[in-house]
Design a protein around this ligand. Structure first.
Ligand code: BES
Ligand code: MN
Ligand code: ZN
Length: 497
C-alpha cells in the first residue's frame, strides 16, 4: 500500500473517509456534508448510524461532489479515542474498500474535542491500522475472481502535521514490514517453507545490515545440540540454526536476545498427531517468524540496540530414522532428556537454542517465543499469550509493552512443585509430565532448566500466532505476525541507547 500524508483537503476524487463522534459530525465531515447538500446528515437519519466506534456508513458517488464514495466512520467517545481505536477505525475503512474497486482513499479525520491524541499521532496510527489491514496472501490463487482482487493501492492521510506524521510513520512502517514478513513466513505452506527455505528468507535481512549465520546439522552436531537434532532426525529435510545479529547499539553493550521455535511442520513425529490436529501445524514456526520479523523491524528503523535472534528450524516427521519415545538425548547444556512423547518437540528445540544464545552472547535478557502448548489455549483462550519469567522487572515491562500495542500477555506461575513433574527415572529429566494438567507450566519449567542466570521470559503464543476463526481487526489473514509489535515496543521503551 502506498501511504502518504498531506494537508487536509476535501478537494479530491476517489474515496474519502470522514468521522463522526457520538456527539455529531467532526468538522471535515460537516464541511463535506454542506457541499453535498446535507446528504450525510440524511443518510445518518435514515440508518442507525450513531457515531459509535466501529460503525461505518457508505455513500456511493453522492451528487454535489467529486468523490466516488464517502465513508463515514464512528469514532465513539472522544475520551476513549486512543491509538488502538484509531488503528481499528482505519482498519475498518480499509477492510471495506480493499476489494471495492476504489483505487485511492483519503482520510479526513479530525482530532475530536476532549481527546488526548496529538495530530501526528492520529495520522501515523491511521496509517498503521490501514497498512496492517491491507495485508493479503494470495500468491497461490491462480483463479482469483475479479471482484476479489484488491484494488485499493494508495491512501492519503490528511493532517496538519505532515512532517511529524511522516517521521512517526517511517518508524512504524518498519514495524509493519516486520509484521508482514512474520505473516508471510507463517502463511507459506510447509512444502515450501522448509527449514532451509526459512533460513534463505532470513538471509534476506542482510540487505538491511543484519549479520546472518546459518548452521547446518554437522555444525550443530559438533556443538552437541542433540536435543534439537533429535527432533529433525525423522525428516528428509535438514535442520538449521539461524543466528541474526543487529548491532545498532554501542560496541560494548551486551545484546538482548530473542529465541524462536521454528518447527516448520509438526506432525508429532512417531507420537503422531491425529489428522485434524495436524492441520495448521505449518504455523508451528510462528515463534521463529516473530523473531525474524522483529529483527527486520529493528534493523529497518535502525534501532540503537544490539539484538540477537536465534531460530531453531526443524521439521518434526516420523520416518525410519525418527526419534522414538523412550530415547534419551544429551543436550548442548550436558543435561540428558528422556523423550517420552515426540510431539513435545518444541521444548527440545528451544533447550539447545536457548543454551546457545546464552553461552555465546551473554545477553542482558533472553526472551523465547513458541507455539509451545495446546494447553495455553485451554488456560487463556485466544486473547492473551502466556507469559512466564524468572524476572519480575522483565515480566512487567513485557506486560506493559503488550498493552501499548494491543498484543496482551498474561503471566502464569513457575514453581518447584511443577518442576518435580518432569523428573525422570533414567535421565536428568523427561520431556512430558505424563499427566494432562498444567501442561503449559510444565513446558515452561522444562525450558527453565536450560536458563542459566540470565533474566528470561517465555511467551507461549500457540493461541495467538494464527487465527482459524473470527479475524482480528488488524489481521485479515491466517498468520497474525504476533510478537513483532510487542518486542519492538519493549526495546523502544527500555533498551535503546
Ligand atoms: N506445536 C504443538 C502445540 C500446539 C498445539 C500449537 C495446537 C498450536 C496449536 C506442540 O508441539 C505440541 O504438540 N504440544 C503438545 C504437548 C504434549 C505432547 C505434552 C500438546 O500441546 O498437546
Ligand atoms: Mn508437537
Ligand atoms: Zn510443536
Amino acid at each position: 500500500m502506498q501511504i502518504s500524508f498531506a494537508a487536509p483537503s476535501l478537494d479530491r476524487t476517489g474515496a474519502v473517509a470522514v468521522g463522526a463522534a457520538e456527539a455529531g459530525l467532526l468538522p471535515s465531515a460537516a464541511t463535506l456534508d454542506k457541499s453535498l447538500g446535507g446528504a450525510l446528515g440524511r443518510a445518518m437519519g435514515s440508518s442507525r448510524f450513531k457515531g459509535k466506534a466501529g460503525q461505518v456508513l457508505e455513500l456511493l458517488a453522492p451528487s454535489g461532489g467529486r468523490f466516488s464514495r464517502v465513508v463515514l466512520v464512528g469514532i465513539g467517545r472522544a475520551d476513549k479515542f486512543d491509538v488502538a481505536a484509531v488503528e481499528k477505525l482505519a482498519a475498518a475503512v480499509v477492510g471495506r474498500l480493499l476489494t471495492s474497486g476504489e483505487k485511492e482513499l483519503a482520510f479526513a479525520i479530525d482530532l475530536p474535542k476532549g481527546g488526548k491524541l496529538k495530530a501526528a499521532q492520529l495520522a501515523a496510527h491511521l496509517a498503521m491500522g490501514a497498512q496492517l489491514r491491507s495485508y493479503t496472501f494470495i500468491k497461490y490463487r491462480t483463479k482469483q475472481r475479479d471482484e476479489h482482487e484488491p484494488t485499493l493501492a494508495s491512501i492519503i492521510i490528511g493532517t496538519e502535521e505532515t512532517s511529524a506524521a511522516r517521521k512517526a510513520w517511517q518508524r512504524m512502517q518498519a514495524v509493519a514490514d516486520g509484521v508482514f514478513l512474520a505473516r508471510d513466513l507463517v502463511n507459506e505452506p510447509p512444502n515450501v517453507m522448509s527449514p532451509q527455505e526459512f533460513a534463505a528468507r532470513a538471509q534476506g535481512l542482510s540487505k538491511l545490515g543484519v549479520k546472518v549465520e546459518v548452521l547446518g546439522e554437522d555444525e550443530m552436531r559438533k556443538l552437541g545440540m542433540n536435543a534439537l537434532l533429535g527432533v529433525g532426525q525423522g525428516s528428509a529435510r535438514e535442520s538449521q540454526l539461524v543466528v541474526l545479529q543487529w548491532n545498532g547499539g554501542r560496541k560494548k553493550d551486551q545484546p538482548v536476545a530473542f529465541v524462536g521455535k521454528g518447527v516448520c511442520f509438526d506432525s508429532g513425529g512417531l507420537s503422531l498427531k491425529p489428522g485434524a490436529s495436524m492441520m495448521g501445524m505449518k504455523g508451528d514456526m510462528g515463534g521463529a517468524a516473530a523473531v525474524t520479523g522483529t529483527m527486520r523491524a529493528l534493523a529497518a528503523r535502525k534501532a540503537r540496540v544490539n539484538a540477537v535472534g536465534v531460530l531453531g528450524l526443524v521439521e518434526n516427521m516420523p520416518d525410519g530414522k525418527a526419534q522414538r519415545p523412550d530415547d534419551v538425548v544429551t543436550s548442548m547444556s550436558g543435561q540428558t532428556i528422556e523423550i517420552l512423547n515426540t510431539d513435545a518437540e518444541g521444548r527440545l528445540v528451544l533447550a539447545d537454542a536457548l543454551w546457545y544464545a546464552q553461552t555465546r552472547f551473554k545477553p542482558r535478557f533472553v526472551i523465547d517465543l513458541a507455539t509451545l502448548t495446546g494447553a495455553i489455549m485451554v488456560a487463556l483462550g485466544l486473547e492473551h499469550a502466556g507469559l512466564f519469567a524468572n524476572d519480575d522487572k522483565l515480566a512487567g515491562r513485557i506486560q506493559e509493552a503488550g498493552r501499548e500495542v494491543g498484543e496482551p500477555v498474561w503471566r502464569l506461575p513457575l514453581a518447584d512443585g511443577y518442576d518435580k513433574m518432569i523428573k525422570s527415572k533414567i535421565a536428568d529429566m523427561k520431556n512430558i509430565s505424563g499427566v494432562t494438567h498444567g501442561g503449559s507450566i510444565v513446558a515452561a519449567q522444562f525450558l527453565q532448566r536450560f536458563i542459566d542466570k540470565t533474566p528470561w521470559a517465555h511467551l507461549d503464543i500457540a493461541g495467538v500466532a494464527w487465527q482459524d476463526g473470527e479475524q482480528k481487526p488488524l489481521s485479515p489473514g491466517w498468520g497474525v505476525g504476533w510478537g513483532v509489535r510487542i518486542l519492538d515496543r519493549l526495546i523502544a521503551d527500555h533498551y535503546e541507547a
